[in-house]
Design a protein around this ligand. Structure first.
Ligand code: HEM
Length: 376
């Protein structure tokens, strides 16, 4: 009997010790040595931090599940990198709008440093005069309404190519992998808008950019433990990133040379591409901080980051439309100009399509009315 009591006391003492240790650990995770009040997050292990919570799942699925438990502002420790996961509209607004300047500088992982030549482009430049200058050039010269409109023919031609591929497959009752088609549509459109369509080594450049995006987004050891020289030495990610930058810079050097020669000859083509625009800005030399050619190369490759977001967004929108026939019907009518968009009051396309007009988008739209005059 006495033996049993001793055992019970020992177990109780051990359980209490464990509870105290866990509580202490939790408190120290919430308020570490600097006395910061950090957001909550899942429990951590030494060295790997929160990584074990993400094993076997896609990172965004794991983060979504954890955020359901810990809230819209959650702190994960990915290896040695503290990572804030923001997952509600309100929290995103706080980060992207209210405290924009605080969060504007992106943390530079070793892979990103290698890929972006030390963060000299739009995406990775730290908040400051250089970033503000690049952003001003982007807004006023590269993505102005006039410039975006100038690429309309490119967008229409590329969309037509995709539709022809779909129509040919439909005629033979073949399935179409829309993910691949949309990705090609966006890459080809971006490529033509960024550098025109006379590109040497186009495929090599695209493969390098694709691999760069995988490396930049991946959870590779060199980025998870950036302070460890051994990990950096063992991991191939940074070496590979440097090779990719050298490959893409080499190809871009040739493309830039080509563009400069054409500009000299006055043979710029009908539509100025984004590289032409940046080279002209550089040549004008009116900027407070001179634009060097390496910055132009990184800025042009930054534009391709947009394909990684645009193609999946299109794919997602199409999947949602397929699952919601009523919304699909409304969207189809809006695009065919049967009804103006409830949001903008305009038809899907900006033009003067109207009943019976020869420029009406399609014969079925003409037949079905195209009754309203577009108000653009
Ligand atoms: C549906 C499509 C897209 C989505 C959802 C998207 C989303 C985002 C988000 C959330 C950011 C971060 C903003 C911030 O830190 O304040 C960003 C930045 C950026 N995006 Fe996009 N994007 C899209 C399309 C594009 C396209 C088409 C381009 C290129 C033409 C592009 C180029 C960039 C660049 C260069 C940045 C960095 C801007 C900076 O650091 O100031 N994005 N994008």
């Amino acid at each position: 009997m006495e033996d049993h009591q001793h055992c019970l006391y020992l177990v109780l003492a051990l359980v209490s010790l464990l509870v105290i240790l866990l509580a202490k650990r939790r408190r120290s995770a919430a308020a570490p040595e600097h006395g910061l009040r950090l957001p909550p997050g899942p429990w951590q292990l030494p060295i790997i931090g929160s990584l074990h919570h993400m094993i076997g799942k896609l990172p965004h699925h794991a983060m979504r599940d954890l955020a359901r438990r810990h809230g819209p502002l959650m702190l994960l420790q990915l290896g040695e990198v503290p990572t804030l996961v923001v997952s509600s509209r309100e929290a995103a607004r706080e980060v992207m709008r209210t405290h924009d300047a605080v969060f504007a500088t992106r943390p530079m992982s070793p892979t990103m440093r290698a890929l972006t030549d030390g963060g000299r482009g739009i995406i990775m430049a730290p908040y400051g005069a250089h970033w503000r200058q690049l952003r001003r050039i982007t807004i006023t010269k590269l993505l102005s309404a006039r410039r975006v409109n100038s690429f309309r023919a490119v967008r229409e031609e590329e969309a037509a190519v995709m539709l022809r591929v779909c129509a040919a497959a439909a005629a033979e009752s073949r399935a179409v992998n829309m993910r691949e088609r949309l990705s090609e549509l966006i890459t080809d459109t971006t490529m033509r808008a960024a550098m025109g369509d006379r590109i040497k080594d186009r495929e090599v450049l695209l493969r390098a950019l694709d691999e760069a995006i995988v490396l930049a987004a991946g959870f590779n050891p060199a980025d998870l433990w950036p302070s460890s020289r051994i990990v950096r030495w063992l991991s191939s990610a940074v070496r590979r990133s440097e090779e990719i930058r050298q490959t893409s810079f080499g190809i871009l050097d040739e493309i830039i040379k080509d563009h400069l020669e054409r500009m000299e000859r006055g043979d710029g083509g009908e539509v100025e591409d984004l590289l032409d625009v940046l080279l002209k800005v550089q040549k004008d030399g009116e900027l407070p901080i001179p634009l060097d050619t390496d910055v132009i190369k990184v800025a042009i490759t930054d534009i391709f980051a947009g394909s990684e977001t645009t193609a999946p967004t299109l794919e997602w929108a199409m999947a949602e439309l397929v699952q919601n026939p009523k919304v699909m019907e409304r969207a189809t009518a809006e695009v065919r100009c049967d009804v103006p968009s409830p949001r903008t009051g305009r038809c899907g396309r900006r033009s003067s399509w109207r009943r019976g007009s020869s420029t009406c988008p399609s014969s079925s739209a003409r037949r079905s009315g195209c009754t309203r005059r577009c108000r653009s």
